[in-house]
Ligand binder design. Structure first.
Ligand SMILES: [Zn+2]
Length: 316
């Protein structure tokens, strides 16, 4: 069973089945017979993507582009396998991420070190290399054509240096990867979406991230297609809060460093707890009706990643 949602504008949302339902999405875009797959999920997402193409009456040969917003493995883990099975596809990836798609050994070693060999193998498996000739890396503001529509690529460092966002003129929306934060649907209520910044290791850069948020807003998008998770309408209303979260998390990391050295393993654990109280408090203001345990279950994995990202940034 695949979990899909027709969003209109020729865009279908597909749950990648990464970790839990409603955790990570990918998007299938079609225009005049040409198809782009934006975000790939992991190896386990690949058969879901093929099932989705079939459900939409699309042939693998129609896929023109595979577009991971950055090379973190919940976004790009399925790239190698997909490219192998999609004969006409070109991989569109940030120039700073391309070498990791050509030779995924460093990506694989890095992720194995973080998650452990067993967990890495289970979740991500062997990453397959992509031939250099099948990769293009658009420059900042460069455009590609899919059918009748134009996709514009903006270089958006901050979450990672190898991150771009993709503006689609038809939907007037950005495929924002992790640059415009996370909004889990479980936390959406009558007050709207609950947007959280993501400061994942190892390249988090607060100033770059705030600049990238401004850069997205300058295009006056009507909506964001978040990888985590789904469509976010009226992003303009949430951008200032998102940018202020960057400052708040950095300030909390700096404050904690006065009591615990960032090199101390207790630092990251305490920072995660501090982030949890900050966001639980924000959720209370947001009027979230879930229990504290339920809220914690939705956000705590990301808060650990956020704490780890700040720990790395503080240690530089
Ligand atoms: Zn992600």
């Amino acid at each position: 069973m695949i979990n899909t949602l027709d969003l209109g504008w020729g865009i279908t949302q597909l749950d990648t089945a990464f970790q839990r339902p409603n955790m990570a999405a990918c998007y299938i875009m079609q225009d005049a017979g040409e198809v782009a797959i934006i975000e790939t999920g992991t190896k386990d997402t690949v058969p879901l993507i093929f099932a989705c193409l079939q459900q939409l009456g699309l042939k693998p040969e129609q896929v023109k582009y595979i577009i991971p917003t950055h090379v973190h493995l919940d976004h790009a883990g399925g790239v190698g396998r997909l490219m192998q099975q999609l004969p006409n596809a070109t991989l569109v990836v940030h120039e700073k991420g391309a070498r990791h798609m050509i030779d995924p050994s460093k990506l694989q070693a890095g992720a194995s070190a973080v998650y452990g060999e067993a967990e890495f193998n289970k979740t991500y498996g062997d990453l397959l290399p992509v031939a250099k000739e099948r990769i293009i890396s658009p420059l900042d503001n460069e455009q590609l054509t899919l059918g009748q529509r134009t996709l514009t690529f903006l270089d958006t460092p901050g979450h990672a240096r190898h991150h771009f966002c993709v503006y689609d003129e038809v939907s007037q929306g950005f495929f924002s990867g992790d640059t415009f934060g996370l909004a889990y649907q479980e936390l959406t209520n009558e007050n709207g979406a609950f947007l959280m910044v993501t400061t994942t290791p190892v390249q988090f850069d607060p100033d770059a991230l705030k600049n990238s948020i401004d850069k997205l807003m300058a295009m006056q998008p009507q909506r964001m297609f978040l990888t985590h998770y789904g469509v976010l309408e009226n992003p303009q209303a949430l951008a200032a809060d998102l940018a202020s979260q960057v400052d708040t998390l950095v300030a909390m990391a700096q404050q904690l460093a006065k009591d615990i050295a960032p090199s101390d393993s207790a630092y990251t654990a305490q920072l995660q707890r501090n982030f949890l109280s900050f966001f639980l408090n924000k959720l209370k203001v947001h009027g979230c009706q879930l229990t504290v345990d339920e809220q914690t279950a939705v956000i705590n994995t990301d808060l650990l990643l956020n704490a780890q990202g700040l720990q790395v940034w503080m240690s530089q």
